[in-house]
Design a protein around this ligand. Sequence first.
Ligand code: F6P
Length: 499
Amino acid sequence: MSTDSLHALQRTSLEGLKLDWSYQFLTPQQLTDYASKRLPENFSDLREQLIKGCFENKSEGRQVTHTLSRSTESVVKDPKTSKFASIVRRLRSGNWLGATGKPITDIVNVGVGGSDLGPLMTSFALGEFASDVQQHKVTTHFVSSMDGGQLYAVLPVVNPETTLFIIASKSFGTIDTFANIDTVREWIKPAFYKAGKTEQDWVKDHIVGLSANPKAMTDYGIPAAHQLTFSQSVGGRFSMWSAIGLSIATTCGVRVFERLLAGARKMDEHFATAPVEQNIPLLMALTGLYNREERGINNLAILPYDGRFRHLPSYLQQLDMESNGKQCNHNGEAIDYPTGPIIWGGFGPNGQHAFFQHLHQGYDSFSADFVLVRRREGPQFTESVQESLAQQQDLSVANCLAHRRLMAFGYKGDSARDYYPGGHPSNLLVIDELTPETFGALIAAYEHKVFMQGVAWELNSFDQPGVERGKKIAVDVLKRMQGETDTSFDPSTEAVLKG
Ligand code: F6P
């Protein structure tokens, strides 16, 4: 981006969340022209269908209803009668007793992909809002990976008699999740047998199931009272607003969860009604499309400048890449144009000391989304600590703005060493103050951006056949490892299997 294309301030906002797209290549007029070229004629209808929960997921033959989990089908629509809310309250008040009569002190969410990333990201980001009603300390942990890596860290610090496991799995069949749960079952046995209890007692009192497959939960032995269900039509990567968000509520409280949904609903209304030039998700989608299609930029770096957003890049990787990383359109036909970019990134201030060198002077093109929280207060600290933290906040804001400028405008010093090409487009998402509402709105904005880009590329953004194929191959390899077949593979694979 040369200084010739330095545009005037382009900024739009929604209740404490601002999108500044001044550092994109498009001028407002070009953006409007591009929108008329890239938005299909029936885009308004498709958008309305999404918001009303009747957009069609063609390859899986069902509707797409995640927006309803924050409106008409919300698990906390009536917090007084909600099963979700009553489970959270029992756990957070110390009234949920384990099989040996002791109150639950630790909760472990066991799930992967959409059954992990959204709850983990949001619990971490909004953890400081947890102070509301918790009379009894309950700590929530997250376990996802099939290698059991997180169990090594979590199991030694929790007590089998006071730990409740959430099995979070839309399908209730994901091998990664059940591999972790099988290990947990081995781990609880000594304590339970010693106390004269059985594994069935453990399942009954120490498991809550979250799934779109109630039969599988019942078959597993989970009593109906400890099952929370959601619809098959809520995609896994869009499910943190549904029952899958239980661990967000056990961490932060039901009220915070309601506020999160309220923020997302605001973004739904905004997406549905704001004109293109003021519509945050549409602007993100259109500038992203332009970068991908017209500038050939194949990646987007997510660079949050606030530690509470640490898990945002991983969350957006699944949301975007699992949705739009495809070479087949929604009619099942091969396509020959580029689709969703590679999403990557990391916590900005640490990224500065790791990969920013490449961003400033490396060969490759990229685009970036900087995410900044403008104000943060720490009333729990003394005045002098608060002042020091405020200075740190200024330092972080200054660094974010500085690196963003250098990436956009570059710099030419006296030598090759002092040359920074610039020309890298970026968005700046500024959150005045992090609240459950602004966080919910931000995540919903990304969901709608992904939806709109999927529509423009004529994709079905709601399936993931590539991942399913990988899982099938893994089963073949595992069978061979366990001696069930004698299928042979390529030499490199064979070397490991025989090693
Ligand atoms: O990665 C494939 C996938 O199906 C994701 O779409 C999903 O979020 C994840 O696996 C976990 O699936 P489940 O919630 O059914 O265990």
